[in-house]
Design a protein around this ligand. Structure first.
Ligand SMILES: [Fe+2]
Length: 296
């Protein structure tokens, strides 16, 4: 075929990928072409709008740094991240539900002993968090890796402070022989996702607010189990029903219980009010190797 028309162009482009050796890659690119063409046929963009889309995606890439992932933010705010999460985490009865990774996870957080204060000097009301990492049958999992990260009282993650290079409010802990973990932190607060970039422009233009309800992030890895990526949301937060990234699940909302001044469970003397969070996680068994799909 030499001449392409509005009618035959889509199939011509799909056909151009016909010799793709990897069948999954072939499916991914062919379907992408069909869906993008269908979108263009539906909205019939002007050249200005086409260039606007190019500029938006260009700026989204240019806004990414080693500490800011604007494309994850875009996927999050379009509900794509939660859709991918839902598709890949079907059948989780009896184990802890998952939610988005979010844009603020930093690989290899500082390892700290159990009971550490993970704040790195960032501020907030004291919080003592504790729990047990368990398998699907409730059996405690020793030596599980528990990564935690969160915002401070002002709603910022450490990486959002331009003048700061050291980690704060993020740590890697390992469960003890009984599967237990515990650490000192601060109460998380609801916060706006970064909205000074192209994703923020999208939210403003569409009259959407950028807020996420307060939460702690957890990524928990244990031998023979699927790595769990989840949050624990603070009950009562005003944004629980309108999370900017659609990440809330009812089963992940917890009461962070306010405590009077006095002795904390680890013997710390608390002169003022503090909070306590107790939560056990249940991890799913890893799928047998032969049952895993051959992702690229
Ligand atoms: Fe977060």
């Amino acid at each position: 075929m030499r001449e392409f028309s509005e009618e035959n162009l889509t199939e011509a482009v799909v056909e151009r990928f016909a010799n793709t050796p990897d069948p999954r890659l072939k499916q991914l690119v062919s379907s992408l072409v069909r869906h993008l063409h269908a979108y263009v046929r539906e909205v019939e963009p002007t050249f200005d709008e086409w260039m606007g889309a190019i500029n938006f995606l260009t700026r989204t890439g240019q806004t990414c740094t080693d500490k800011r992932q604007e494309f994850i933010l875009l996927a999050d705010t379009l509900g794509i991240s939660m859709l991918v999460d839902a598709i890949n985490h079907r059948g989780r009865e009896g184990v802890t539900e998952t939610t988005v990774l979010g844009p603020f996870y930093v690989e290899n957080p500082p390892e700290m002993p159990l009971g550490s204060n993970v704040t790195g000097g960032l501020k907030g009301d004291p919080l003592y968090a504790e729990g047990v990492v368990r398998g699907p049958g409730g059996e405690p999992l020793a030596n599980a890796i528990v990564d935690v990260w969160q915002s401070d009282a002002d709603g910022f993650y450490d990486v959002q402070y331009a003048d700061r290079t050291e980690a704060g409010l993020r740590a890697r802990l390992r469960t003890d022989a009984d599967g237990r973990f515990y650490f000192w932190s601060v109460m998380p607060t609801s916060y706006p996702i970064p909205y000074d970039g192209p994703v923020g422009d999208m939210l403003k233009a569409t009259k959407r607010h950028p807020y996420r309800p307060a939460h702690l992030h957890f990524m928990i890895a244990a031998e023979g189990h699927e790595t769990l990526i989840t949050h624990l949301f603070v009950d009562g937060d005003v944004y629980l029903d309108s999370d900017a990234v659609f990440g809330v699940k009812k089963s992940l909302i917890r009461t962070y219980i306010k405590q009077e001044p006095g002795l904390a469970p680890d013997g710390h003397k608390m002169p003022g009010a503090w909070y306590r969070l107790a939560n056990d996680f249940r991890l799913k068994l890893a799928a047998p190797v032969h049952a895993r799909t051959g992702a690229m």
